[in-house]
Design a protein around this ligand. Structure first.
Ligand code: COA
Length: 330
């Protein structure tokens, strides 16, 4: 058993849809600027529902689509950069809400590449027999770390969750994970801990990995991230294809992280593939970080875009700067 089979999928997005015109009431922007540069037309933003609530709802829908029993789940891996608590993990909160007793449960932090990282970890458990049925999910409330006064970032992000149930299979599987961490400073959000009675400003400044604005919001050098993404996305798809001994042309569907329509278009061009080989829903949800791939996966599944036996590529890139691609048979 080397491969994996996604046997059920589910998603949740908040009801509140915020259009580009709505954003233009908050900051100096307009629909034309946002849609022409990113492909985003609206995003869903949480109206108070925590990350774990969205994760639970997505997981419930995946369980509804699962032909087995919830008790079979023995591993829960959740990717998030916006957990409700430092501890317990979102994975544990999902286990609690759904009564999934006895499953190993933990979170993974790899930003927008997080779902691919989480799935790859689950695949290793399944391959070794350490787990038999995994719930792999991503949930993000990016609105909690978005500065709604910063037009260069606030128009990009959205909230949501996606989940899938995974079992071992003898199908094909290859993955590439990586991080170009020397560029970690181009995309970050700090955790603004309250100062302790022992903290000294000099020690803090000296100890930080790089200079930051310590406000808890996302800070990004958009041009640098754009350059990284347009190179990392096609490169890791190509590398994963080489591992399997296939050409990118053999891919039935690519489900990319939905950060920017132009990034996906550039990557598809570099791979020599038509644009419609990539699944896109960024116009409706914006960038939901690690939730974007499982959200898109569930939509593609419901729309019948995934043919049995065809090769699927999930590809993510984001803060870290991380990247990852998982290739497997549907
Ligand atoms: N509305 C209007 N103007 C805006 C704006 C907004 N929402 N946000 C920024 N601008 C302005 C800037 O202030 C700047 O103005 P200036 O030239 O007067 O200083 C100008 O637009 C920048 O425009 P441009 O250089 O054409 O933008 P761009 O084509 O580089 O697009 C991004 C900007 C952010 C859309 C693009 O860099 C990007 O998508 N980067 C990747 C981001 C990403 O995907 N991050 C997440 C990865 S997981």
């Amino acid at each position: 058993m080397k491969g994996l089979k996604i046997v059920a999928t589910g998603r949740y997005v908040p009801d509140t849809a915020v259009t580009n015109d709505d954003m233009a009431k908050l900051v100096d922007t307009n629909d034309e600027w946002i849609s022409s540069r990113t492909g985003i037309r609206q995003r869903r933003l949480a109206a108070g529902e925590p990350t774990s609530f969205m994760a639970v709802e997505a997981a419930k829908r995946a369980l509804e689509a699962f032909s087995g029993e919830a008790e079979e789940i023995d591993l829960i891996v959740c990717s998030t950069i916006t957990p409700d608590f430092h501890t317990p993990s979102v994975a544990c909160l999902v286990a609690r809400a759904l009564g999934l007793k006895g499953a190993a449960a933990f979170d993974v932090s790899a930003a927008c590449s997080g779902f691919v990282y989480a799935l790859d970890i689950a695949q290793k458990y399944l391959e070794t027999g350490a787990a038999k049925t995994a719930l792999v999910l991503s949930a993000e409330t990016l609105s909690h770390i978005t500065n709604f006064e910063d037009r260069s970032t606030c128009v990009l992000f959205g909230d949501g969750a996606g989940a899938c149930i995974v079992q071992p299979s003898d199908g094909r599987y290859a993955s590439i994970l990586g991080a170009d961490a020397e560029t970690a400073h181009v995309l970050y959000a700090t955790i603004p801990y309250p100062p302790t009675p022992f903290e000294k400003e000099e020690a803090l400044a000296k100890g930080r990995a790089f200079e930051v604005v310590n406000d808890g919001f996302i800070h990004m050098d958009g041009t640098e991230v754009y350059k990284f993404s347009t190179e990392a996305m096609p490169a890791c798809i190509q590398a994963a294809c080489e591992k399997l001994g296939v050409q990118p042309e053999a891919l039935g569907l690519i489900i990319p992280h939905q950060a920017n329509l132009r990034i996906v278009r550039t990557a598809m061009k570099r791979l020599g593939l038509p644009e419609d080989r990539a699944y896109l829903n960024i116009d409706r949800y914006g960038n939901t970080s690690s939730a974007s791939i499982p959200l898109a996966l569930d939509e593609a599944n419901q729309e019948g875009r995934l043919q049995p036996g065809s090769l699927v590529a999930l590809v993510g890139f984001g803060a870290g700067l991380t990247y990852g691609c998982a290739l497997f048979s549907w």
